[in-house]
Write a protein that binds this ligand. Structure first.
Ligand code: NDP
Ligand code: 8X3
Length: 249
């Protein structure tokens, strides 16, 4: 039977690449994001793959619940959930940080992940099967200057992943975390609020990961046999030694 993967943040970057990879692997896809036209374009690109599009903001709990409840019967039995939606907003010391940016990161990266998981989980627990992959970050392992709330949001994802794994153990649901280093996506343009010149500098002088590199790993994880859970992965560009230690040439 065709398996269903539900991917948040499918309109860009890692989520989009993961949708392409899992579509090629034979999954049917629930594609979620706020930018409907991006999701429609992706669905057209994946014309051979059955897709269902959901447009909602992960920070809006009611919208998350309504969207998940609206799934047509053939997409309701979610086998794989990729909790990928998220971003950094700003890069400033704590004493001058923008509290609206803090809200965006904590509400999106942490509470959004919780809301989506809570809404999707009944489809897994009732069947005693499922696989959840949370997208964390090297920022969840390390503290770096001015990273404060973003680092904390990803440390929370790491902790939640471990706790979810324990809670869902009786239901045979695998829970795992993928932690990328620097991946060139729209991430830095969002962090720097559309300043694409500043965003491009983040990837100057070294070869960053591509979204497809992360999608490859996720594709490998979700195609392991049922008794295997690759619980945690850290993926770095070869030129990256730590969050802010990069060999630039
Ligand atoms: P992108 O900016 O390219 O993609 C972010 C995705 O998340 C978009 O599809 C966006 O969709 C979605 N999203 C963001 N906020 C919301 C929201 N409030 N509600 C619904 N969807 C939302 O960045 P990446 O692909 O790089 O980021 C994906 C994940 O990877 C994030 O969790 C990020 O923290 C993590 N990560 C990224 C790294 C990097 O270097 N790029 C490194 C480590 C982790 P839309 O705007 O259409 O809603
Ligand atoms: C994104 C990578 O190092 O900018 O999570 O925090 S970093």
């Amino acid at each position: 039977m065709t398996k269903t993967a539900f991917i948040t943040g499918a309109s860009s970057g890692i989520g989009r690449a993961t949708a392409v990879a899992l579509g090629k692997t034979g999954f049917q896809l629930v594609l979620a994001g706020r930018r409907r036209e991006r999701l429609e374009e992706l669905a057209r690109e994946l014309s051979e793959v059955p897709t269902h599009l959901l447009t909602f903001d992960v920070r809006d709990r009611a919208a998350v619940e309504t969207a998940v409840q609206s799934l047509p019967a053939e997409f309701q039995e979610v086998d794989v959930l990729i909790n990928n939606a998220g971003n950094a907003h700003g890069l400033a010391p704590i004493q001058s940080g923008n509290p609206a940016d803090w809200d965006d990161m904590l509400d999106g990266n942490v509470k959004g992940l919780l809301y989506v998981s809570r809404a999707v989980l009944p489809a897994m627990t009732s069947r005693n099967t499922g696989h959840i992959i949370n997208i964390g970050s090297i920022a969840g392992y390390e503290a770096y200057a001015n990273g404060n709330v973003y680092c904390a949001s990803k440390a929370a994802v790491a902790s939640l992943t471990k706790c979810m794994r324990l809670d869902l153990l009786p239901h045979h649901i695998r829970v795992a975390e993928v932690n990328p280093g620097a991946v060139e996506t729209e991430f830095s343009a969002v962090r720097f609020k559309g300043d694409t010149e500043r965003a491009a500098k983040v990837y100057d002088g070294f070869e960053p990961l591509r979204a497809e590199d992360i999608a490859d790993v996720i594709q490998f994880m979700v195609t392991r046999p049922a008794h295997v859970n690759i619980a945690e992965v850290l993926i770095l560009p070869a030129a990256q030694g730590a969050a802010t230690t990069i060999r630039r040439e």
